[in-house]
Design a protein around this ligand. Structure first.
Ligand code: ADP
Length: 625
């Protein structure tokens, strides 16, 4: 009975074992029993062969170690230890196929006691290579895209639906000048000012509601809380999960701040120049190089040429019709062609109704824009004044020459009859001196004196008319020598009057020595001649004054009334005291004419009874023309 029962039990056991063996053998997972030394005691050979290529002989008695990926040793050891320690554990590891390739498995281990009471582990490992590979591929691809995002010049970021930043690339941080810590997990309010947040809110709201991305052509302006202004354009769209639910937003945008600022500056500058163009008092125009057609002009230009306004001028202006001399148009065009510009080109043009006027044109070619840019001003008034001035100068020169010729001829011709009068007066005196009465003798003396005065006058006049005509001998002249000569020439007068002439050490000048002798001699002799009660004292000094040398001749004589300061320099002008003092009244006129030839002036400062100081200036040679 008992043996029957045992037999039945054994049979049942066998059947049960057989059933599990069958299940195990046909399972898709690797099933193994390991002893506490981690050695394989059982494997479902059929599956092991299929997945790992090993047979019973190759596996039984071997540990997991023998077919494990070296990098997974640690993990595997821990899993197995934990299985025996905790009774159950799971892990992922790689096993080596017989052909050398690795296979990813997910292993579950659980302990049990065998019939001998020994603790063993049963492990079930599932091939998860496919999943692992696809996970890895996903990771790699994500990494690749992150890498691209991180390194691209565009800004990329993601937020959740409430605007909290989930991710942003380096360009984003760089642009808004906030760090990763300041951005991730934060929404717009901690980065941008209220107005910008409103802009962003509306924008995201619109994208959310319509499901249509914010178009790349649009642009928006933001201001960070750190007061950085950012203009951007690009794309903002929704992020969907795998089920098609809206989960957040992404932005792929470009910072266009520099471009916008440059555009703004350009606009401002264009406005500024447009204002200047429109309001300039100079006529401004642009004409096309290819056909000469006027493409732009301002009101001033239109009015200059007799049009009512700019529009009328642009429609009706025909360049060829406005030149008085058509040749000048070709001259201008040729010059512009050669030099790319003309400056102050003076031409005669005509208004729309034919009235001629003078214009000064400056223009340049702008090849890039295929146009000539020009400016025109009406110079008719100036031109007329210039012409008038030129005519006056010519008239004056002619009159001067005629006058000089007249003076020269008259004085020359007068000399001859005078000489005759003088000779006959002398003969009269010689032959009839004792035969005539006292009155007659006086009359003869008056004639002789008058003649000699007249001769003096004529000689002075001749000298005067010759200044500037006679060839001058220019050279470096030491004025100290000039003064010595003058004092020598005036020795008699100096002695007679007991005069004293003192002078500073003087400079050298590039002049005609004789002319300078004449000037100094006239001035010094006047200073001596017009002395008062005390003996004359004359002082000559010189000083530099910018481009001039200024000389002064100071005396202690009778002085001159200021009302006569101008008059005394006019030829033959003498003051009331002429009978008291010798002279012809031409000396100062000669001085004036000479110093003016050296680009200088002559003038006097004086007070009656207190002496006079005559000044004259000479332009330094390097500044004369
Ligand atoms: P002249 O000496 O032959 O009369 P000038 O032309 O040299 O002719 O001088 C014109 C006039 O100016 C003189 O007649 C005199 O009245 C006045 N004059 C010139 N130099 C002096 C002087 N140093 N002091 C006072 N009067 C002077």
């Amino acid at each position: 009975m008992e043996s029957n029962k045992i037999k039945t039990n054994e049979k049942k056991l066998k059947e049960s074992e057989e059933k599990y063996r069958l299940i195990s053998e046909n399972a898709n997972d690797l099933i193994a029993i390991l002893n506490s030394k981690f050695e394989h005691e059982y494997i479902n050979e059929h599956t092991y062969r299929k997945i790992l290529g090993y047979s019973n002989e190759e596996m039984l008695g071997k540990t997991l170690h023998d077919i494990m990926h070296p990098a997974d040793t640690k993990t595997a050891l821990k899993v197995l230890q934990d299985v025996f320690k905790k009774g159950e554990e799971t892990g992922e590891l790689r096993l080596r196929h017989k052909n050398g390739k690795y296979i990813w498995v997910e292993t579950k281990g659980r302990t049990f006691k065998d019939s001998n009471g020994l603790v063993k582990a049963i492990t079930i490992s599932r091939d998860i290579t496919e999943r692992k590979l696809s996970e890895q591929r996903l990771k790699e691809s994500e990494e690749k895209y992150r890498n691209i995002l991180e390194n691209m010049m565009e800004i990329y970021y993601e937020t959740d639906l409430r605007g909290k930043h989930v991710y942003a690339n380096a360009e984003y941080y760089k642009t808004i000048e906030y760090s990763k810590e300041e951005v991730i997990g934060k929404d717009y309010h901690s980065l941008f000012d209220a107005k910008s947040c409103e802009v962003l809110f509306n924008l995201f709201n619109q994208v959310y509601k319509t499901g249509v991305p914010w178009p790349p052509t649009n642009e928006a302006k933001l201001m960070t809380l750190k007061k950085k202004l950012i203009y951007f354009e690009g794309l903002i769209d929704l992020i969907y999960d795998s089920e098609g639910n809206k989960v957040g937003f992404y932005g792929l945008v470009r910072d266009i701040t520099d471009r916008k600022i440059a555009e703004q500056k350009l606009k401002e500058s264009e406005e500024k120049y447009k204002y200047l163009f429109d309001n300039a008092q100079v006529g401004l125009y642009w004409s096309r190089i290819s056909d000469g057609k006027f493409i732009e002009c301002n009101e001033t230009f239109a009015k200059l040429f007799g049009y009512n306004n700019r529009e009328e001028c642009l429609t009706d202006y025909i360049a060829t019709e406005h030149y008085v001399d058509p040749h000048q148009r070709f001259e201008i065009l040729e010059e512009i062609h050669i030099n790319n510009e003309i400056k102050d080109f003076e031409i005669q043009v005509s208004k729309r109704d034919g009235t001629p006027f003078w214009a000064s044109i400056s223009a340049r070619t702008n090849l890039k824009e295929n146009r000539i840019e020009g400016a025109a001003i009406d110079i008719t008034v100036r031109k007329k004044a210039e012409q008038l001035l030129q005519k006056s100068i010519e008239d004056l020169a002619r009159v001067n020459t005629e006058l000089e010729q007249f003076t020269y001829i008259a004085s020359h011709d007068l000399k001859e009859p005078l000489r005759m009068i003088s000779s006959f007066a002398q003969l009269l005196e010689k032959h009839y001196k004792d035969k005539l009465d006292e009155d007659a003798n006086d009359f003869i003396r008056f004639i002789t004196e008058g003649v000699s005065r007249m001769q003096n006058l004529i000689n002075s006049l001749l000298t005067y008319s010759k200044i500037g005509k006679v060839y001058k001998k220019f050279g470096k002249v030491d004025l100290n020598d000039v003064l010595k000569d003058v004092i020598d020439n005036l020795a008699e007068l100096i002695n007679e009057t007991n005069a004293e002439v003192i002078y500073d050490s003087l400079t050298s000048l590039f002049v005609d020595k004789n002319q300078l002798i004449q000037v100094f001699q006239n001035l010094i002799s006047n200073g001596i001649k017009f002395h008062g009660k005390v003996s004359p004292q004359i002082r000559v000094s010189a000083k530099r004054d910018n481009n001039y040398w200024v000389f002064s001749i100071c005396d202690n004589g009778i002085g001159i009334n200021p009302k006569d300061f101008e008059r005394i320099f006019i030829i033959f002008q003498r003051l009331d005291n002429k009978n008291e003092y010798d002279g012809t009244g031409i000396g100062l006129a000669i001085c004036k004419k000479i110093v003016e030839q050296y680009g200088g002036k002559i003038w006097v400062e004086s007070e009656v009874g207190k002496g006079s100081t005559f000044y004259f200036s000479i332009l330094k040679a390097e500044f004369r023309n």
